[in-house]
Design a protein around this ligand. Structure first.
Ligand SMILES: Nc1nc2c(c(=O)[nH]1)N[C@H]1C(S)=C(S)[C@@H](COP(=O)(O)O)O[C@H]1N2
Ligand SMILES: [Mo]
Length: 504
């Protein structure tokens, strides 16, 4: 009967698709486990994702960071995974008719992952092994499941196929899970002992966050915004880590972590911001950083006679960033501690730069390994090569945290609150304008220092209806935040934030 034919066809398609998909998952799981033992970045899925990021055109990258924030990477990994698994399913369907052709498609997919792994800048010859393991396991499971599916005639056979599939899924989950577990267990961040600052800072003042719904004065490490071009967080081992200072210096030197931590250590409270932060955006945070002034570190190599005008810093994965030498000598810190803890991996473990007053891409290199004294004429860094400004001071700005735009608010006594920042001069005044009226002066939270953001609030008797609420800051020199709109490219956004508040 034709109807029967179609049902059987469909069942065959589904079984084939499942076989391909599960074979790929089992292969990827085992590949991930092998990578965990050798080099997590060589894991097939992650390696493909990293190459995709590298090949993504800059405007798309900028868009992704802006629109998706830190979700850009999980979304990218998810998409790469989804497409690969669909193609693996197709390979399984083909394999039911012509095993050789299906196998070839599966191996091409694994081959691409292997190529991605060995093409990484820091790749070694062993980085092909996770993909090789994926290929062997994927091919074996495809053969096993295809055979199981083709003998699956009638109830008993079908049960055997389901059992084989479940076993394969279990293998995938167990291997992948074990791999993840090993990656975590290898993590040495928690073991790092931080040196003490020569002159500890007093504790930060109590912020307004206990009283109002405003961003905390100190951003907890796990809530600190993250912006970088890395799909997976680089895992740098502090044991083998060194910081090399070269270029136009008297003598090239390399410091171990112990040598760096043995220098005179300072603490600084600094608010960091990303150039991609839109007016009213979330790409900033305030923390207490522990480290050594960059000027002292450069002195180790001798820079008195240098003709350099920039410090080109390189991170473990080859990413570069350039800081004008005068800015770097004045205030860049070589940092290993963040809010009393070793730097989290996401924020540059074991050592990064933090430079107050300029956007992150100008002076805050994560996973730092090299400092090169050179000139802007000779060398360009990752983002400056892509036409972002060479020097980008953080623009005076302010943000409304509460109420949220379009969030309903009860009529009556309420509070408008937020943060403002005006590095390096400090916030002197924050004003709020309601429905285009007079600018009203808000009250300021405790001052930490001029490079740190400032909380503010304004009590408000809210009447029913929709209200426009705008905010602007003034720095200690009397400069008022401009209402002139600028996009983040090439040197940071400007303008004032205005939201619509709905009062019930
Ligand atoms: N190695 C490396 N360092 C980097 C980046 C990067 O992509 N790679 N991004 C920079 C940018 S654009 C910013 S805004 C800050 C963000 O630091 P955070 O993620 O710790 O907040 O790191 C900077 N340092
Ligand atoms: Mo940034």
């Amino acid at each position: 009967m034709p109807g029967d034919e179609t049902t059987r066809d469909r069942a065959r398609w589904i079984a084939g698709f499942a076989a391909g998909l599960l074979a790929a998952l089992a292969g990827a799981g085992v590949g991930h486990l092998v990578a965990a033992l050798l080099n997590p970045a060589a894991s097939p899925v992650l390696a493909v994702g990293d190459q995709v990021i590298d090949l993504t055109p800059t405007p798309v990258k900028v868009w992704a960071v802006r629109e998706l924030g830190s979700a850009d990477k999980p979304i990218l990994i998810g998409s790469v995974l989804a497409v690969t698994l669909i193609l693996a399913g197709v390979a399984g369907v083909i394999a039911r008719r012509r095993f050789g052709a299906g196998l070839v498609l599966l191996l091409v997919l694994v081959g691409l992952a292997g190529a991605a792994a060995v093409l990484q800048p820091a790749a070694g010859p062993l980085d092909i092994l996770p993909a090789a393991a994926t290929a062997v396991v994927g091919a074996a499971m495809l053969a096993f499941l295809t055979r199981a599916a083709s003998t699956a005639r009638g109830g008993g056979g079908r049960r055997a196929f389901l059992l084989a599939s479940a076993g394969t899924a279990l293998l995938a989950a167990a291997a992948g899970g074990a791999g993840q577990w090993i990656v975590r267990a290898k993590d040495s961040v928690a073991d790092l002992v931080l040196p003490r600052p020569a002159e500890p800072l007093p504790a930060q003042p109590t912020g307004l966050e206990g009283r109002y719904d405003v961003t905390p004065l100190v951003t907890p490490n796990e809530d600190f915004y993250r912006v970088d071009i890395n799909l997976t967080v680089p895992v740098v081992d502090v044991e083998g880590w060194t910081l090399t200072i070269d270029g136009d210096v008297e003598q090239e030197v390399s410091l171990t972590f112990e040598e760096l931590a043995g220098m005179e250590v300072v603490e600084r409270d600094i608010t960091m911001t990303c150039v991609s932060n839109e007016v009213g955006g979330n790409l900033l945070g305030g923390a207490r950083w522990l480290g050594v002034p960059l000027s002292a570190v450069l002195e180790r190599a001798g820079i008195d006679g240098t003709g350099a005008d920039q410090v080109l810093s390189t991170s473990d994965d080859g990413f570069t960033l350039s800081t004008p030498l005068d800015v770097a000598l004045d205030r860049t810190l070589v940092v290993f501690g963040m809010n009393g803890e070793p730097l989290p991996r996401e924020h540059g473990f074991p050592v990064r730069l933090v430079t107050p007053g300029v956007y992150g891409y100008v002076g805050s290199t994560k996973w730092l390994t090299r400092l090169t004294l050179t000139t802007f004429e000779e060398e360009a860094a990752y983002w400056t090569e892509r036409q972002w400004a060479e020097t980008a001071p953080i623009k005076l700005s302010s943000r409304i945290d509460t109420p949220k735009g379009l969030e309903p608010v009860d009529a009556g006594e309420t509070v408008i609150a937020g943060v403002a920042w005006a590095q390096p001069h400090g916030v002197a005044k924050v004003e709020v304008r309601i429905d285009g009226g007079e600018w009203q002066q808000a009250r300021l939270g405790p001052e930490v220092n001029a490079s740190y953001w400032r909380q503010w609030y304004l009590p408000w008797e809210a009447e029913s209806g929709n209200h426009d609420v705008a905010v602007r800051a003034t720095d200690s020199r009397g400069e008022v935040q401009t209402d002139e709109r600028a996009t983040p490219f090439p040197s940071g956004s400007s303008g004032i934030q205005q939201i619509v508040v709905r009062v019930a």
